[in-house]
Design a protein around this ligand. Structure first.
Ligand SMILES: [Zn+2]
Length: 431
């Protein structure tokens, strides 16, 4: 009986293998990946607990350095070559830029193939030191709570365990997998924005591990950009009581400028300009010589930013008061990532893989809002860039209600692992 039973299935299997070579191989492969990622679920939760237990607000240099060292050790243990890159020295200073920024963590995993894949996440949070006590790691039903767990500690954990899964599968058919963990994403990635752009330009695929906001379940192919406009008006000081006519009132000119630029937003294209901060003058009896204002600009497309900047430059040529000068400067916080058609085949492939695990993935080709490092990655590369490759999350930037959906761990790990494998093997026609 054993012999006979053994004989037929063998024959049937070989026959199937000949007729349906690909599906059999495919089924075996996906089953193996499935088994491996299931085994990663609990270790990933352990990693999350470890990451959440280290406070790493962007301005907390010691905290971000500590978590960076831990992540570097973990990446090294997985076989990565580690590089700790100090912040660029000439980075933009915004009002909230800390005096000292921690190193960016980079790891390179070299394989036997040719494809180059870049994985992005960030280790800083928006929280200040001491807030961990109010939001320690805890599990409640399908939710794992913790400070910064949804933005973006799950992203770091997902990358670590995707790499662990690939290692356990003995998969090394990629050319190189580069991991970049940012120390200051929450304030605009000042320290390493150029590094992200240049790394992305020599990779074939970029996967960014921010979360997918529940109740949705998506990956994003577009992100919003943010800029600050700084307007500076120069007039002429004079005694406000004795000789006001000899002055050139910078405050009046600034007011004129702001009012004539109040209608530059374009809701249809998600273009926004709102003046939010202003200052002028030094004493009540002096006609003000200087006035300044800052405006918040948003757009989903670099061309829209360029058009908005041009509109502002055009408007400021029109002065209320002769002999005043008006200058404007634009500080980039985040570039927008407009939808790129080369990202779509990879996203569609991801949707199919996700469906194998019972997931229903939405592919967002329009930015649902939110600026991320994907914007810097997309600046100078033709490579597909996929955002929201992390877990399903809720409550980013909230003080005590931030969680990840635990049942998303396995399907999301599976999606990432399979995507990296199949992209490496050239199964996804992307470029
Ligand atoms: Zn984030």
């Amino acid at each position: 009986m054993p012999t006979q039973l053994h004989y037929y299935p063998m024959k049937l299997t070989s026959l199937l293998a000949v007729c349906l070579m690909l599906p059999v191989a495919f089924a075996q492969e996906s089953a193996a990946v499935r088994t491996i990622v299931q085994a990663e679920k609990q270790p990933l939760l352990d990693t999350l607990k470890e990451l959440v237990s280290i406070e790493s607000g962007t301005s907390d240099y010691d905290g971000v350095t500590r978590i960076g060292n831990l992540i570097a050790d973990r990446l090294r243990a997985l076989g990565g070559e580690i590089e700790k890159v100090p912040p660029a020295t000439d980075y933009l200073q915004f009002q909230n830029t800390p005096e000292r920024l921690a190193d960016t963590i980079i790891a390179r995993f070299r394989g036997k193939g040719t494809k180059r894949i870049l994985l992005l996440a960030h280790m800083d949070t928006v929280y200040t030191k001491g807030m961990l006590a109010k939001q320690p790691f805890r599990i409640d039903g399908d939710r794992a709570y913790g400070l910064g767990i949804g933005d973006d500690k799950h992203g770091v954990a997902t990358i670590l365990h995707v790499l662990s899964a690939l290692r356990n599968l003995r998969f090394d058919q990629y050319g190189v997998i580069t991991v970049l963990i940012s120390p200051d994403e929450e304030i605009g990635s000042n320290a390493e924005r150029d590094l992200i752009t240049s790394l992305a330009s020599n990779h074939d695929l970029v996967l960014s591990y921010e979360g997918s906001r529940t109740p949705g379940d998506d990956i994003r192919l577009a992100t919003t950009g943010a800029e600050v406009a700084v307007l500076a008006v120069k007039g002429r000081a004079s005694h406000a009581g004795a000789a006001p006519e000899q002055g050139r009132n910078a405050l009046y000119e600034l007011s004129h400028q702001l009012l004539q630029m109040q209608d530059l937003s374009n809701p249809v294209r998600a273009v926004k300009l709102n003046w939010t901060v202003a200052s002028a003058g030094s004493a009540s009896n002096v006609i003000p010589e200087d006035a300044r204002a800052m405006g918040d600009m948003r757009a989903d497309d670099e061309a829209d930013f360029a058009a908005l900047e041009a509109a502002v430059r055009e408007k400021i040529r029109n002065h209320l008061i002769p002999d005043t000068s008006v200058d404007v400067r634009f500080d980039r916080i985040y570039p927008a990532m407009a939808f790129r058609k080369q990202s779509l085949p990879v996203a569609e492939y991801a949707r199919q893989i996700y469906a194998e695990y019972g997931g229903k993935l939405e592919v967002a080709t329009k930015s649902p809002g939110g600026a991320t490092d994907a914007g810097f990655a997309a600046l100078k590369t033709d490579a597909p860039v996929l955002e929201s490759m992390g877990l399903r999350i809720y409550g980013a930037h909230s003080n005590e209600n931030e969680y990840v959906v635990m049942s998303s761990i396995e399907p999301r790990l599976y999606m990432s692992a399979r995507l990296i494998m199949d992209f490496s093997l050239g199964k996804i026609a992307a470029r």
